[in-house]
Design a protein around this ligand. Structure first.
Ligand code: GLU
Length: 510
């Protein structure tokens, strides 16, 4: 194994959005491409946003996608614990926050929520509508920079609620090289004094991400571009705590865009497509957000389409197996501009994968679908043959039901309108006689049925082509499905005869 170590660091706050799964995927592909280690670290330090079940859900999604972590709270590993709440219990973060204070890079701040509110109101101007706790205002607040050392000690000794904030330097420039965007520079004076350790002793993301990436020996850190504004804080923390030469190489992944700006959960509801990997029910309000899995996507198609949302192989190829993605993936082919999600294209990927894969690989899922609709499948070999017959017509897995249900039960309705305009007594007579012919066929095979049909048509002087559509409507119910004699052969003699008779009774009323 190489020394490449990457991590996906989700906060367990809800469903796993397309952008989140793409971040996992790029981490995973990069790690596997380099023979490295893929780690999942649960960033659960924000207790107010903790959602029960969200962590299990994340692991279920990864499993469905076929992305197995090498190290995680579930898989173990030598750099645990892999949940930040458990790391906090071990006092890991506090010592680094204390060290930053000692070195003059951070300070204790005792301001109450009311005092913070007052600061925002008092200093609000037209040019600066939301003043920040920064180098301009910190000396007007209640913190260890404005209090004497004794006052500070007294407040600390009395257990006064406080946070630890980074002291952003004035007039410095931070810089780092982003693997996608190149050199990124930031003016430190423009960034506020972010909280590093909260009043409950929990680290904020800013402190925890730096400490954990260091302790877990992360070599490359890929995250969404929404984290770019915080990067100068992280660069400084690396500099103060561990040295810039130890900092992982960063890449900030482009946004995924929906029909109107950044893709959101609301877009899914509005435009009728899934945004989460799997169904997610918010325990707060029982609100269900649909997932790609339940919508009928194959995991192979899902990771393929996600890989191409922001990356390309530099060729025309669009269909990639996971193994191909692993061998071809590189960060320098990830674009910096937003990647537009197109649901029609996503469905195209699924259709292609349904055709590409052996039905055996998704047979069970389709079988479950049939069972949920009350159709029990006993003969697996026959079932596979049927799926094979209709797979070219299916885009999402539930399409298999509509496209093949007539193999398992008589059609509930017949598209009589498709037959009516050209129906006549000759055709009715043909089908009555055809039933008689079918009754005596012993060898129920496609060529025998087809020949009987054609011979009778010739004898009756009707073009077989004119009789095939009515036959299809009789057997299937509508104008779709595989070749009609294949259907007759597959459903068997009794069902074929019964369906023709049922339809004849209906058509007699035309
Ligand atoms: N917990 C952060 C998030 O959920 C992780 C960002 C990162 O990967 O560093 O966005």
């Amino acid at each position: 194994m190489s020394n490449v170590r990457v991590r996906f660091a989700p906060s367990p706050t809800g469903g796993l959005h397309l952008g989140g799964v793409r971040t996992v995927l790029y981490n995973y592909l990069f790690a596997k491409h380099h023979g490295g280690t893929f780690i999942v670290r649960i960033e659960d330090t924000d207790q107010t946003r903790f959602v029960p079940g969200a962590e299990e859900y994340i692991f279920d999604c990864l499993k469905w996608c076929g992305i197995e972590p090498d190290e995680s709270p579930l898989h173990g590993g030598a750099y645990g614990p892999y949940r930040q709440s458990e790391r906090k219990e071990q006092g890991i973060y506090q010592q680094y926050a204390d060290q930053l204070v000692k070195d003059g890079h951070a300070y204790y701040a005792f301001d109450t929520p009311e005092e913070l509110e007052k600061m925002r109101n008092d200093h609000k101007t037209a040019e600066n509508p939301s003043p920040q706790y920064d180098h301009l205002l910190r000396m007007k607040m209640k913190n260890s920079l404005t209090l004497t050392a004794e006052e500070t000690q007294q407040l600390l000794a009395a257990g006064t609620r406080h946070v630890i904030r980074i002291k952003m330097p004035e007039g410095e420039t931070t810089s780092f090289t982003d693997m996608i965007r190149g050199e990124i520079k930031n003016e430190t004076s423009l960034v506020d004094d972010k909280v590093l350790l909260k009043a409950d002793g929990m680290p904020t993301y800013h402190l925890a991400v730096v400490v954990d990436d260091h302790l877990m020996q992360i070599t490359h850190a890929f995250r969404g571009e929404e984290w770019l504004p915080s990067a100068p804080v992280h660069v400084l923390l690396w500099k103060y705590l561990f040295g810039l030469d130890k900092m992982p190489q960063w890449a900030h992944l482009p946004l995924i865009l929906g029909p109107s700006g950044k893709l959101s959960k609301r877009d899914g509801a509005k435009y009728g497509f899934p945004v989460f990997a799997m169904n997610w029910t918010d325990p707060k309000n029982n609100e269900l957000t649909e997932g790609f899995k339940e919508k009928g996507f194959l995991p192979e198609a899902f990771i393929n389409l996600l890989a191409l949302l922001g990356w390309n192989a530099g060729t025309e190829q669009e269909l990639f197996t996971k193994e191909e993605l692993i061998s071809l993936f590189s960060m320098d082919r990830v674009h910096s501009g937003g990647a537009k999600f197109d649901y029609e294209k996503a469905k195209w990927f699924n259709h292609e994968w349904i055709k590409k894969l052996k039905v055996e690989s998704y047979k069970l899922k389709v079988k479950e679908l049939f069972t949920s609709k009350g159709i029990l499948i006993n003969d697996d070999t026959a079932f596979e043959k049927i799926l094979e017959l209709v797979k070219d017509r299916c885009t999402l897995l539930p399409d298999f039901y509509e496209q093949s249900v007539f193999f398992f039960k008589d059609p509930e309705t017949l598209d009589a309108d498709a037959v009516k305009p050209k129906w006549n007594a000759d055709k009715a007579a043909f089908f009555s006689e055809f039933v008689t012919v079918l009754c005596v066929i012993d060898d129920w095979q496609l060529p025998v049925i087809e020949n009987a049909f054609k011979d009778l048509a010739t004898a009756k002087n009707i073009k077989p082509g004119e009789l095939q559509l009515p036959l299809r409507i009789m057997l299937v119910g509508g104008k779709f499905g595989p070749p009609v004699f294949v259907i007759a052969e597959t459903i068997g003699k009794d069902a074929t005869i019964k369906r023709i008779n049922t339809a004849l009774a209906i058509f007699a009323a035309f």
